[in-house]
Design a binder for this molecule. Structure first.
Ligand SMILES: [Fe+2]
Length: 451
């Protein structure tokens, strides 16, 4: 509380000598003091001055002290009101206190000290009331301001979010149109290549997840680059691609190993591709990058496409990048691409394909990426025991999903453990047209295997 407050006091009594003696007693406390010899005069002062405390005699002509103090309460409700009264009027004083128009009364004759103490206490109470009100008002005002601010903020955040959502929807739509156009083109060119790309995208996505600290756009770029990584093959002459498709080992099995050193690889390449053909073939990542660069939002994707045949030790192409010079997404795609190629195109047993990849850790592949691939394949093997992998077209009512169905853009369509109903299939098929669904769908082999 501020001790420097100068209080204004109003003393009302028809007897001048009483007023004078009160003034004398109060002189040393530093108050501003107004006096009035009748109620009317007193009320006028109350209207004009910020009075903290009123002392009024009870017995006055025309109006009693309690009547005056009741009016004073209306004019200056905060001012503390004290009544001076003789013993004869104690009842009137008690009534006034009960009605709330008087804080307390002082009997005449008074003890000077008691009077001073009573007044000081009364003024302390006055200050407390005002301070309390000030703080309450401050809190209310701050609360109101905070509320306004919050509402404003919420509104602004909402508006901004909606704007971003709209922009994203627009961007995504045109983005997916672009991706669809490219995969459609790729499909016309070589349907096997599209199936391969979709599997690589799914595998890359799982490997990327094992890194745990990738941002959403990075995931998306990795998946999209996986889908489009071989788009540049469209520039490679057909007869050369056919040669590559039909590479055979001396044991009669199709084999393709994209890195040097192995006897089988030498047989496969030396027999099938001339040096100039290989040079031409190795241009496909550059051609791929060039077809995507410049398309809005595909810049990052195009960089990954260019680097998908780089090797960890710098022996890859087209730029001979090594280690972390190769973007992480490209290191992931490279592992997933080769693994899928070995299993699906070269018809290697999965276990042999994985062994081949592991052998090429540190040379062709980033060892960390290989570790993540091993983890993904182990988990898939465990899951395969209780689930079947099917395509969207093979999905039937009554089947129960063992994994979520998601789109390539990461949108969750149907959650794991959902039993498929007839109408879901129609919806999923039509959804697939707009935002393609990840190629593989997993269902439990039997309903009992549901977790
Ligand atoms: Fe490639």
């Amino acid at each position: 509380m501020d001790k420097k407050i100068t209080h204004t006091l109003l003393l009302v009594d028809d007897e001048e000598n009483i007023l004078n003696s009160l003034k004398r007693i109060l002189r040393n406390d530093g108050y501003r003091i107004f006096t009035a010899t009748n109620a009317k005069e007193g009320l006028n002062i109350l209207k004009q001055e910020p009075v903290s405390l009123v002392i009024s005699d009870q017995r006055m002509p025309n109006m009693t002290g309690s009547e005056f103090l009741a009016l004073a309460r209306e004019t200056a409700p905060d001012a503390v009101r004290i009544m001076l009264t003789g013993y004869a009027d104690i009842n009137a004083a008690m009534d006034a206190i009960n009605q709330g128009s008087v804080y307390r009364f002082i009997t005449k004759p008074w003890d000077d000290n008691d009077l001073l103490v009573t007044i000081r206490y009364a003024l302390m109470q006055y200050e407390l009331v005002l301070e309390n009100r000030r703080l309450t008002q401050l809190t209310q005002r701050q609360n109101a301001e905070l509320k306004d601010l919050n509402q404003g903020l919420e509104k602004r955040v909402e508006e901004r979010t909606e704007k971003i959502r709209k922009m994203n929807r627009k961007l995504k739509n045109s983005f997916f149109v672009t991706i669809r156009v490219f995969t459609g083109l790729l499909g016309l060119f070589d349907p096997d290549l599209v199936a391969h790309s979709k599997r690589v995208a799914a595998l890359s996505r799982e490997i990327a997840r094992r890194y745990g600290n990738l941002e959403n756009p990075e995931y998306e770029a990795i998946e999209l680059a996986s889908l489009l990584h071989d788009i540049g093959l469209m520039s490679v002459p057909n007869n050369l691609l056919k040669k590559r498709k039909n590479q055979k080992t001396d044991s009669g099995r199709k084999l393709y190993q994209p890195f040097g050193g192995d006897r089988q690889w030498q047989i496969a390449t030396q027999d099938q591709m001339t040096a100039s053909e290989r040079k031409l073939y190795q241009q496909h990542p550059v051609v791929g990058q060039m077809s995507l660069a410049g398309i809005e939002n595909l810049d990052q994707v195009s960089v990954l496409v260019r680097a998908h045949h780089e090797h960890f030790d710098g022996s890859g192409y087209p730029d001979g990048l090594k280690d972390e010079e190769i973007p992480l997404g490209a290191r992931i795609i490279s592992v997933a691409d080769t693994y899928d190629d070995l299993v699906y195109r070269c018809k290697m047993l999965e276990v042999d394909a994985l062994a081949t990849i592991k052998k090429k850790s540190w040379t062709a592949f980033d060892p960390e990426t290989v570790i993540h691939l091993v983890d993904v394949l182990q988990q898939e093997a465990a899951a395969k025991k209780k689930e079947n992998m099917i395509t969207l077209q093979e999905l039937k009512p009554g089947m129960v999903l063992s994994r979520d169905i998601e789109t390539y853009s990461g949108r969750l369509l149907v959650a794991k453990d959902t039993e498929i109903k007839e109408n879901y299939i129609a919806k999923l098929l039509s959804y697939n047209e707009i935002d393609p669904i990840v190629d593989r769908i997993y269902v439990y082999k039997s309903k009992e295997q549901r977790a």
